[in-house]
Design a protein around this ligand. Structure first.
Ligand SMILES: NC(=O)c1ccc[n+]([C@@H]2O[C@H](COP(=O)([O-])OP(=O)(O)OC[C@H]3O[C@@H](n4cnc5c(N)ncnc54)[C@H](OP(=O)(O)O)[C@@H]3O)[C@@H](O)[C@H]2O)c1
Length: 364
């Protein structure tokens, strides 16, 4: 019998329950997929707490990898047995499901199911943040909050590969070491020190071109203070709570700042964008410009505990929920270097900027 992590009411991790579920056959335009691994993301916390309201009851989780087991009428480009993954379809924390074929992408041989579940959502986010929200290039200096997190470890490496100087912000010295091994040229530790002072010191008082802030409430004001004239604040999350309302006039004056609040959905809103974005991610992983982050694997039944650790800032890198490791081991040609989670031994190489650019770069 298929099973799923279900949410009947919003609240803490304790509201999650593993339950048996019925799975219908795929309708027109849909795929049936048996899952191997599912991804854990901070958006799952927003869904569980109700910060981003959804209609209940539901199966939690937006991201998973697995095998196509049936194809609905009218679906082109997918067949039974295909290795696929997706990152934007709530209902992922389950053994099997149906979903719109438009949301799924094929996995290349060099990307394992486990890696796909660990990086697809976070890595596509990294892609749009560093190549499209701002097209980073040599000379740019950026501050990236939560640099040792799942999104942070991928985005900092990618930003560095494009030639930017990357300053990471993290809460502990342990996280600082990991961030330094994944693309950060320098790291500020927020636990005991004011990050604005430290960022100013690292930039000779000038500030940075771009701040990527997914922490929200706790860091928003400091992030604005870190910007140099005409700098851009990219507010893309709120792990500490919603950022405060911003009076537009505060952006004016001598600094003339920019603020944007991007979401992955707006950057992969068409099939073409999804394919280009995911292909760019797989390419930087397979070519080694971006190393896989450390991946922590926990059984699907322990999703609540895994989530509690993420919320309590006890995690680094990515966490995946294991659903069917034996199935994951089938149909996979010997994985390339991208198939193995990274050990974070050496700092990411500063690649020649043009080599790190995947095709179809879109300028703002
Ligand atoms: N807009 C988009 O398209 C998009 C897409 C993906 C993710 N996101 C956002 O990106 C962020 C990172 O997501 P992720 O899944 O990769 O998570 P993550 O970075 O692995 O984990 C969150 C990290 O945020 C930091 N943090 C600071 N204050 C916190 C607090 N009060 N509570 C919890 N964490 C706090 C912690 O790092 P330190 O301990 O080092 O401070 C923590 O490890 C989230 O805010 C998420 O919503 C946005």
């Amino acid at each position: 019998m298929p099973s799923a992590i279900r949410l009947h009411r919003t609240g803490g991790p304790e509201v999650l329950a593993l339950e048996d579920v019925e799975v219908p056959p795929p309708g027109p335009g849909q795929l049936a997929v048996r899952h191997t691994y599912a991804g854990l993301n901070f958006i799952d916390v927003y869904h569980r707490t109700g910060l981003y309201p959804l209609t209940l009851p539901l199966t939690l989780g937006d991201e998973a990898a697995g095998r196509v087991t049936a194809v609905g009428a009218g679906v082109r480009g997918f067949a039974v047995g295909d290795r696929v993954a997706y990152a934007r379809a709530t209902g992922a924390w389950c053994t099997e499901r149906v979903l719109s074929a438009d949301l799924a992408v094929h996995l290349p041989d060099g990307v394992s199911d486990q890696l796909a579940a660990a990086v697809l959502l976070k890595g596509m986010t990294a892609e749009y943040l560093v190549r499209r929200t701002v097209a980073l290039r040599p000379g740019h200096v950026v501050l990236f909050h939560a640099a040792a997190g799942g999104t942070g470890l991928l985005a900092c490496q990618w930003a560095r590969a494009l030639g930017a100087r990357v300053i990471g912000a993290v809460s502990t010295p342990e996280k600082a070491a990991l961030a330094k091994a994944h693309g950060c040229d320098a790291v500020v530790i927020t636990q005991k020190r004011n990050f604005v002072t430290d960022v100013k010191a690292l930039t000779d008082g000038k500030g940075v071109d771009v701040v990527y802030d997914s922490v929200g409430q706790a860091t928003f004001e400091g992030s604005l203070a870190c910007l140099k004239p005409r700098g851009m604040l990219v507010s893309f999350g709120q792990s500490s709570g919603r950022p405060p309302a911003l009076e537009l006039g505060r952006l004016g004056g001598d600094r003339s700042l920019y603020v944007t609040r991007p979401s992955l959905g707006a950057y992969v809103s068409t099939r073409q964008e999804l394919e280009t974005c995911s292909a760019a991610l797989f390419e930087v992983l397979e070519k080694g410009f971006v190393k896989p982050p450390p991946i922590r694997t926990v059984p699907l039944a322990q999703a609540a505990a895994a989530m509690a650790a993420l919320e309590a800032r006890r995690t680094t890198g990515s966490t995946v929920l294991e659903i069917d490791a034996a199935l994951a081991a089938t149909g996979l040609a010997s994985p390339g270097k991208a198939g193995k989670p990274g050990k974070a031994a050496k700092p990411a190489k500063k690649a020649k900027p043009q080599a790190a650019k995947a095709p179809a770069k879109k300028k703002r």
